[in-house]
Structure formats: C-alpha cells, structure tokens
Design a binder for this molecule. Structure first.
Ligand SMILES: NC(=O)c1ccc[n+]([C@@H]2O[C@H](COP(=O)([O-])OP(=O)(O)OC[C@H]3O[C@@H](n4cnc5c(N)ncnc54)[C@H](OP(=O)(O)O)[C@@H]3O)[C@@H](O)[C@H]2O)c1
Length: 333
C-alpha cells in the first residue's frame, strides 16, 4: 500500500490497548478509521485521540461475537465512509485461571469473542473485498498462537484456532489467485489495559510475561504490515524466541513454563477481590491504550527494525560479501 491517505481502515477492539494505538497510528498516516468495540466511553476516547492527530473517525458499538452486528457495521462503513481497504481483527478477551476452575460459559465466551470474532470480521471484510479483488486483512495474533501457556488455556486455544482458520483461508485465496492480502501479526507482551480488566482467578494481579513493550510498537508494526505482502510478522524478539524455541524444543518449553509461567504472569500485589472484568460486558470506563506498566515498558524493538528493513539489510550483506569476491576475481585475472 503506497500511501494510507484516503484509505478506509476498520479496527475491532479499537476502544483500548493495541487496537486504539493502531487506530491513532493509521490516522496519523492519513487513513480514515472505523473504530469497533462494545464500550461507548472507550470508543469516544479513541475517537478524540484520532481526531487530535488530524484523522477521521467513524464509531460503532458492537460485539464481535455477533456476526450480524459485524456484517451490519461493514455495510454501514462501506455506505458512509467508502470501500474498505484494510480490516484489522484485534478484539479479544481472556480469562486468567487454571483449567480446573474454568466454567463452560467462560470457555464459550472467550472462543466466541477471540476466535469467532476474528472469523466474523474476516468474512465481513471478504464479502466487500472479493468483488473488488483488493484489500488487506490483518489478524492480530500472539506468540501464544504457537505456544500455549498455563493459566490462559481458553485464550491460547482461541489464538491457535485463529491461526488455523487464517492458514486455511490463505491457501483458498491463493487458489483463487486473489489479490487480497492476509497476514498475521504475532505480538510479544504489551502494556495494555488487558491485565486490569481481564477476568482473573489468581493470587496476585495479572501482568504480561516480561519484557513488556508499549502498544505504539505494535501499532507501528501493524500499520507497516498492512502495506507488505508478508505471511506473518512477529513483533518483539520474545515472540520470535517463543515460536522458534517451541518448534525446536517443546518439552523444554513445557518445563520452563512450569517454572516461570505462574509467577511471570502475576505481579506482587494481591488480586483485588471482585474487580470488574470485561468478559461478558465492557467495563464502563475509558481505559486508553496503555496499561499500568509505563515505567518498565519499552517503546522500541530492535527485532522489529530488522524485520522492517530485511530487504535493505539483505542487499547490504549480499553486497558486502559479493563485492570483495568480485574484486578478488578481477585481480586474479
Ligand atoms: N497485550 C498483550 O500483551 C498482547 C500480547 C499478545 C497479543 N495480544 C493481542 O493484541 C490484541 C489486543 O490486545 P490488548 O492487550 O490491546 O487487549 P485489551 O487492552 O484488553 O483491549 C481489547 C479490546 O477488545 C475490545 N473487545 C473485547 N471484547 C469485545 C467484543 N466482544 N466485541 C468487540 N470488542 C471487544 C475491547 O473493548 P470493549 O471492552 O470496549 O469492547 C478493547 O478495545 C489482541 O488480539 C491480543 O490477543 C496482546
């Protein structure tokens, strides 16, 4: 995608966290953004931030678990903003709890929002993109789409399912010679409100497994990925390490997580009893993009820089190797 100016971008889960930071970054680069989520206060906060950077925001409260609501939003965006160029499936919920204490309703809800929400968004986007044979769909994934961790069984399973759905659809699009671009952006750990409003059954308050990055790092990666043709993009070295480490040494990863996966997902403050959570209803507050980890979160990823400059770096390295070789051959002649 050469320029984002006048492009129409839809983002689910845009009222907070990574989705909200991504909406602001798209708007900063000239796109008009449609913001989807359940919470009206968070969406209005996001709209104000998009407009503050000079962007145009279109807002709809909906639940991504409901396919009809997602389809109706897609139709309204096409009618009111114009043809959808980019659709970002980002909305999620999780429950931090051992499997033994999870209920069937919790498993169903996490699956309906985190997995089926992605399916509904993708199908709504394709319905409009297919006749035009253009557009980009981005699935916001996680290292946990490859490596499941303790205390997040429902979320990890839903992220695995998103990857399965996306891989099947990618091949179908290739089989149709479609020009629609489908990519997954797999994140490391990010400083978002997720850890303050996710349902939790732990001793202490949940936290992302460190190191933690600021949501703007993910936002820059997602906006960049919308203009590339990459199959998958990892954001942050921990995601690369987790995915490849698990492919190579899965049993070692099991043992590591048994040791570090419990304490690593909790800070040292006792869990606030009956804290409001966002599983079935939105939390009625504007939570912004950032969570409570600003003091320790990194706003830069060297791994992401290398990913974004892969072609240039390959050229420079090839030049550095081939040029002396060519000079040597010339000298010998
Ligand atoms: N933060 C991390 O460490 C991390 C790591 C790896 C991957 N990720 C991925 O990054 C993405 C964003 O995560 P995040 O940390 O930014 O989460 P977050 O802070 O909890 O934000 C989640 C967003 O989803 C929306 N949402 C939740 N349920 C919804 C529903 N049923 N319908 C519509 N919108 C809904 C929320 O708004 P409402 O409540 O107002 O609906 C909110 O805007 C997710 O796909 C997640 O898997 C995050």
């Amino acid at each position: 995608m050469a320029s984002l100016s006048n492009k129409i971008v839809v983002i689910s889960g845009a009222s907070a966290g990574v989705g909200r930071a991504t909406a602001i970054e798209f708007a900063r680069q000239g796109a008009s953004v449609a913001l989807l989520a359940r919470g009206a206060k968070g969406l209005e906060g996001a709209r104000a931030e998009v407009e503050a950077v000079g962007g145009k925001a279109w807002v709809r409260t909906l639940d991504v678990a409901d396919a009809q609501q997602v389809d109706a939003a897609a139709d309204a965006i096409e009618a009111e903003l114009g043809p959808i160029d980019v659709w970002v499936n980002n909305a999620m919920v999780t429950v931090l709890s051992p499997v033994s204490q999870m209920s069937a309703e919790e498993y169903r809800r996490v699956t309906e929002v985190t997995y089926l929400g992605t399916v509904h968004g993708t199908c709504a986007a394709l319905r409009h993109m297919r006749p035009r044979n253009r557009g980009a769909i981005l699935q916001i994934g996680s290292a946990l789409a490859y490596r499941a961790i303790p205390l997040q069984s429902a979320y990890c399973a839903a992220k695995f399912a998103c990857r399965g759905f996306t891989d099947a659809l990618r091949v179908e699009l290739q089989h149709e010679n479609s020009a629609i671009h489908l990519t997954s952006v797999h994140l490391s750990a990010f400083n978002t409100p997720q850890f303050d409003w996710a349902r939790a059954r732990l001793e202490c308050e949940p936290q992302p497994l460190p190191p933690i990055f600021q949501p703007e790092v993910a936002a820059r990666a997602i906006v960049w990925a919308a203009g590339q043709r990459r199959r998958e993009v990892c954001v942050g070295f921990p995601a690369v390490k987790t995915i490849w480490g698990n492919k190579l040494l899965p049993a070692f990863a099991d043992r590591l997580l048994q040791k570090r996966g419990y304490a690593g997902q909790q800070d040292d403050r006792p869990l606030v009893p009956n804290r409001p959570d966002n599983l079935f209803q939105p939390v009625d507050r504007d939570m912004s993009s950032h969570g409570r980890f600003d003091s320790e979160a990194r706003d830069y990823s060297g791994q992401l820089w290398l990913t974004m400059h892969r072609k240039t770096l390959t050229g420079v390295i090839a030049g550095a190797v081939l040029l002396p070789l060519a000079l040597l051959l010339l000298k010998k002649r």
